[in-house]
Design a protein around this ligand. Sequence first.
Ligand code: FES
Length: 69
Amino acid sequence: MNDEEKKAVTTAEVRILKDGPIMIKGNFTFRDSSGKITHGEQELYICRCGGSSSKPWCDGTHVKIGVAN
Ligand code: FES
């Protein structure tokens, strides 16, 4: 983690949403599998049902196929 990334990390809330995705909300740094980094105030929803067509992001498919919560 470089200095710029360290400055961006402050606080974040991670919550498992009932029958849905993982929500990450706050001021944090996020690096995806391609190495792309976003930082600052943001709110992300990570798929945990495996059905999203835009993984790792939730696209709402969990409503149709369900999540074993
Ligand atoms: S949790 Fe929403 S699409 Fe998978």
